[in-house]
Design a protein around this ligand. Structure first.
Ligand code: COI
Length: 437
């Protein structure tokens, strides 16, 4: 197929998608149930005119025929894409009238859930194979009370982000790294998991279907939350017989209420996040429930979050509840090494690679709590957090402060390099971003 024809087909598919989406919203507004998809009436389809979005907006719902949709909308219906290297030539918005953004105050978004249009679900049967996934309207899911995830915590999650560029294109950051991490976690948790290709395709499909929820450039990002859950019923302790892979998304701003201002941490000396041989090194849901108690106590005392120590010696830094930690001393950057009790953060890995590419010495090693006294700068990294400067750390009632009310020089340089890359403001020499159009 020639590229012009391919593009034309993609445009037509996209316009179809917009056509149905607008009709669906129009019908929902008119009181129809969301689980029905809308079909144009014969009269409308026979002409199959591809209305511009503005004309569709005024499409009267009385001229729509409603068909019950027992199964969710196939992702193939929504998006057709051709991958070329790392570029995804999916539907081209630059040539269509699809500049629409959701109507929310983009200046006021924080890291809270905002329901979007679609989520993606893919089931895995007993044979361990994931079937073709499907988009469906965002909403509650049915789950058996005996599901493995509810009873025994057999579940994993991931987090990644999509950014909208000035030119309207969308950037994902290293999505295959999340896919690999989910596969590693699944192995530890005795779960089957989607292939890297299935994972990445599902992320692209979900992001494109929720495109109007991707914040304008500079206003935030679309947080993508893939989940892998044991949804089959079990009573005796055993791996669940069935699994669901699900992705939902939400537009987000800064993770900490401090925004990009420095956060204040307290070193936790009683509670521990992970143990050797445990699951601290994978992104299982239970790791996050386990930190809520210490985090709540710390927040009640006015701290932003908790910094954990290793449980054996109570001496080595591990990580903060939701992110990894780095210290800078005399321009040498150090971070706790990955040894099973620390989450192998993708932002952590990226910062290490960016720093090394800029000539910094980066050490992955045991970092002692005593080193906090002498550190010039401390910062945290994570998908949600991005790179957050640490203003102070309190350890056994002693408070150590860093920087003067802002980013240290090294932290600032790394923050700027990483975020420019993620938002498409600098050339992607690392080949980390995946562009969707
Ligand atoms: C992320 O940074 O994406 C995470 O998964 C951490 C979560 C607690 C928000």
């Amino acid at each position: 197929m020639t590229s012009t024809r391919l593009k034309k087909n993609n445009i037509i598919q996209h316009q179809h998608h917009e056509y149905f989406r607008v009709m669906e919203r129009s019908a929902v507004a008119s009181g129809f149930h969301r689980n029905y998809i809308l079909c144009a009436s014969r009269a409308a389809t026979s002409t199959t005119r591809l209305h511009s979005l503005s004309s569709l907006r005024n499409f009267p719902s009385s001229s729509l025929r409603i068909r019950h949709c027992p199964s969710p909308i196939s992702s193939n219906f929504i998006v057709s894409e051709v991958s070329r290297n790392r570029r995804c030539d999916a539907v081209s918005s630059s040539t269509t009238d699809v500049t629409e953004l959701a109507e929310i105050d983009w200046d006021k978004i924080d890291f809270g859930l905002k329901p979007t249009d679609y989520m993606y679900a893919m089931k895995c049967s007993r044979d361990g194979e994931f079937s073709q996934g499907q988009l469906q309207p965002f909403g509650n899911i049915d789950i058996n009370p005996a599901a493995g995830v509810l009873n025994y915590g057999q579940g994993l999650f991931e987090g990644l982000k999509a950014y909208r560029k000035q030119d309207g294109n969308i950037l994902l950051f290293r999505p295959e790294e999340n896919a690999i991490r989910m596969r590693n976690g699944a192995e530890r948790m005795c779960m089957p998991s989607p292939t890297v290709e299935q994972f990445v395709e599902a992320v692209k499909t979900t992001v494109l279907a929720n495109k109007r929820w991707i914040p304008p450039p500079g206003k935030g990002s679309l947080y993508i939350r893939p989940l892998l859950m044991g949804t089959g019923a079990v009573l005796g302790l055993a791996p669940a017989p069935e699994y669901t892979f699900l992705i939902f998304v939400s537009p987000v701003g800064n993770y900490f209420k401090e925004g990009v201002a420095p956060i204040n941490l307290i070193v936790e000396t009683e509670f521990h996040r992970a143990t050797p041989g445990g699951t601290g090194g994978v992104k299982t849901i239970g790791n996050y429930a386990a930190v809520l108690k210490a985090q709540s106590i710390a927040k009640a005392k006015g701290y932003s979050d908790v910094l954990y120590l290793d449980c054996l010696h109570k001496r080595y830094l591990e990580e903060v509840s939701s992110c990894n930690i780095f210290i800078v001393k005399d321009n040498v950057i150090s971070t706790p090494e990955i040894k099973g009790t620390i989450l192998p953060g993708i932002t952590r890995k990226s910062i290490i690679e960016v720093a090394r590419s800029q000539g910094f010495k980066v050490e992955e090693r045991n970092v002692t709590v005593d080193e906090l006294v002498e550190a010039d700068e401390v910062f945290c990294t994570g998908t949600a957090v991005v790179l957050s400067p640490v203003g102070s750390i309190t350890y056994k009632s002693q408070r150590f402060s860093y920087g003067e009310d802002g980013f240290g020089t090294v932290s600032k340089q790394l923050y700027t390099s990483l975020t420019s890359l993620q938002m498409g403001l600098s050339e992607d020499n690392m080949n980390w971003t995946v562009q969707l159009s």
